[in-house]
Write a protein that binds this ligand. Structure first.
Ligand code: ZN
Length: 670
């Protein structure tokens, strides 16, 4: 529900920060190579783990076992994303590694590209557009290479997987969100088998009890199938579905538990282990509560079935893990924001009936990511706000984090890429962005995660899933609008978070430019906007553009035949954000499905084909990858003469393909 996936990575051409840890990173940036690989629409970067050496050896060993538990779940996600993904990965990896022909051969290059793409997407569908990749190698080439494979490497079910690779009509989309279609039957993920949307909805409706004050997150850890005419769930747990990887994860978590920083953390890990053993979602809630209440430990992690974007009905969680530790200095910023949560809630432009009476324990911190895994690898969120269960958030608060070593890497890799010169209307705006976009972007993420998702409440009896397929888009819009509205508030200057009353304009300009124009570079010609975060951004920008027309708030102007965004009245734009926030919160609080659907269908989905083409053409000239992802550092245990682990070292030398091929070999569990 609430990962801030994929900031717009190409904007910032600067990284001036007042924070000391940043300055330190900046000075040694010159000898650190951030870019690792570039192919198709992707750039793979490397990130640093600053201050790993300042942890204690015990903390470093804890991090090590948690990173191993993270990498061990990799195949779960691959299988969730599509039932033939692992078989296809095996086949393509085997052919690639067995190949002894001309490496400049066009078919071989096409196969290598396909391999890089599926490794990046954890399957055969694009991680963001959800469309199936089109192989740039021939079927004949693949068949000839399969002939040369040793007998034990030849695929068994070739006649099944060949059309999955080559026929564009077979399993064409991983997650289909198109209104009016059967979203289960038309989605190629592996979360359902032999059931249609109506059957799944009937199945869950029979289970849901809207009077329950502590509702279970039904379907979070299950695959729904039909057996002997009965709809039933297969549970992900030790002894159930995905038993092998889950059993290994339990083993590694048990090892990690021995190095826990304190009893609270030991208990958190223990509760997660119990959940994995039983698959009991009540225990997952117990774990989530213990986790959100552990604010003292420096090392932290998520590991499990978390976000449900991969399910068109938003029920089943994709497996993911991120291990991290607190960045003490930068956390001051988010502590100030969450320390004032009550003030922000009470002053929001939302009907008081839909506000929270009391904002409970929004904890926020800036973290350093140590490993990205499952659904967070290689493409990763830059902010996390968990847990997702609304009742836990209301009763126990939520934990909100910003992954600053990741945003730092994005920023460094984007310097001097020519984006501002091409798309920003004038030097004044561009200069403001150079100066303030890094800090306002980080503040936007903080406000979105710490306060936006945590704000507001449902009226009694309103089903949290009432907005159905539009729920994710509207939830992201709510959090973004909260952040946008407050970025321009004098309160941020009063709190010392910004030092210039015009700083917010940098983020406003970027947001409108992105939502109306530049995010279109991620969409293929002729396609609609599909992904929830992108829909949210277009919804907000297009709504503000249309509703500001009478006051000429935002203009689209032509210069030398090119379209530019011109913002004439930033103050009125802020008022518009406030107005839309009030309406989106009302829709959520009342569960007004029709109004929510109308907002999304009117503003968030359709694309102007001429403007789309213009953006793609202008963007292509810059040769900037629309998507970014990361290779992980490598952690190596230090052993004493008896083979006991005494410490852990980190290195940053592994490249992209070697890393994913190693993961496939060392963490193969399914
Ligand atoms: Zn969010």
């Amino acid at each position: 529900m609430s990962l801030t996936k994929f900031i717009f990575p190409a904007m910032a051409a600067l990284a001036i920060s007042s924070c000391a840890s940043k300055t330190d990173q900046a000075t040694d940036a010159a000898d650190f190579d951030y870019t690792v690989d570039r192919f198709a629409d992707v750039e793979v970067l490397r990130y640093k783990v600053p201050d790993f050496e300042n942890l204690t050896p015990q903390q470093r060993i804890l991090v090590y076992y948690l990173t191993e538990a993270a990498l061990t779940g990799r195949d779960i996600l691959w299988d969730q994303n599509g039932k033939y993904n692992l078989a296809i990965r095996d086949l393509i990896e085997n052919v690639y590694q067995n190949y002894d022909g001309d490496r400049d051969d066009a078919d071989f290059k096409g196969l290598e590209l396909y391999l890089k793409q599926i490794e990046f997407a954890n399957g055969i569908h694009h991680h963001y557009s959800m469309d199936k990749f089109t192989p740039a190698f021939s079927r004949d080439f693949l068949m000839a290479q399969i002939e040369k494979l040793p007998a034990d490497k030849k695929p068994e079910n070739l006649e099944v997987i060949l059309p999955v690779i080559f026929d564009p009509t077979v399993m064409s989309k991983r997650v289909n969100q198109a209104e009016g279609q059967d979203l289960i039957l038309t989605s190629a993920n592996n979360l359902y088998e032999g059931v249609n949307q109506a059957e799944v909805e009937a199945y869950y409706n029979a289970r849901k009890d809207t009077t329950e004050t502590e509702p279970i997150s039904w379907g979070l850890n299950t695959r729904v199938v039909k057996e002997n005419g009965q709809v039933k769930e297969q549970v992900y747990k030790a002894g159930g579905l995905y038993s092998e990887p889950i059993t290994r994860i339990i083993d590694l978590l048990t090892k990690a538990q021995n190095y826990a920083e304190n009893d609270t953390q030991k208990d958190v890990i223990g509760k997660l282990i119990e959940f994995y053993r039983t698959g009991d979602l009540k225990l997952f809630d117990a774990y989530s509560i213990a986790w959100v209440e552990d604010t003292d430990s420096q090392v932290d992690f998520i590991n499990g079935f978390i976000e449900s974007y991969g399910d068109p009905l938003g029920m089943t969680g994709a497996w993911e893990s991120i291990v991290n530790f607190k960045n003490q200095e930068a956390s001051h910023r988010t502590e100030v924001i969450s320390g004032n949560a009550e003030w922000f809630e009470n002053n929001s432009p939302v009907d008081p009936r839909f506000r929270k009476d009391k904002v409970k324990g929004v904890t926020a911190k800036v973290i350093t990511a140590a490993i990205l895994a499952g659904d967070s690898y290689p493409a990763t969120p830059i902010g996390i706000n968990l847990p997702n269960a609304n009742w836990i958030r209301a009763a126990h608060g939520s934990k909100s984090v910003t992954l600053e070593n990741i945003t730092e890497a994005y920023d460094k890799a984007a310097q001097g890429n020519g984006f501002n010169e091409e798309f920003v209307i004038d030097k004044e705006t561009s200069d403001l962005m150079d100066k303030y976009l890094f800090i306002t972007d980080n503040l936007h993420t903080d406000l979105h995660e710490c306060l936006g998702h945590a704000s507001g409440r449902l009226l009694p009896g309103v089903d949290p899933d009432a907005l159905k397929a539009h729920g994710s888009t509207l939830e992201e819009a709510r959090a973004d609008l909260f952040a946008l509205y407050y970025l321009a508030d004098p309160k941020l200057l009063e709190l010392g978070l910004l030092d210039n009353p015009d700083a917010y304009k940098a983020e406003y300009y970027k947001y409108i430019l992105n939502g109306l124009m530049t995010q279109l570079m991620r969409i293929e010609p002729g396609k609609d906007v599909e992904e929830a975060h992108m829909r949210n951004r277009q919804l907000i920008a297009a709504w503000a553009y249309e509703n500001g027309k009478k006051d000429n708030v935002i203009e689209m102007v032509k210069k030398d035949g090119k379209t530019f965004i011109k913002i004439n009245d930033y103050k009125k734009l802020r008022d518009l954000f406030g107005e839309l926030l009030g309406e989106v919160q009302r829709i959520k609080s009342e569960g007004d499905y029709e109004a929510g659907r109308d907002l999304v269908e009117t503003y968030a989905v359709k694309v102007d084909p001429n403007l789309h083409k213009e953006v793609l053409d202008r963007y292509a000239k810059l040769n900037i990858a629309p998507y970014k992802g990361f290779v992980n550092p490598v952690y190596t245990p230090v052993l004493d003469k008896d083979g006991n682990i005494t410490d852990v070292t980190v290195s940053y030398t592994e490249d992209y393909l070697p890393q994913v091929l190693r993961y496939s070999r060392d963490y193969r569990t399914l």
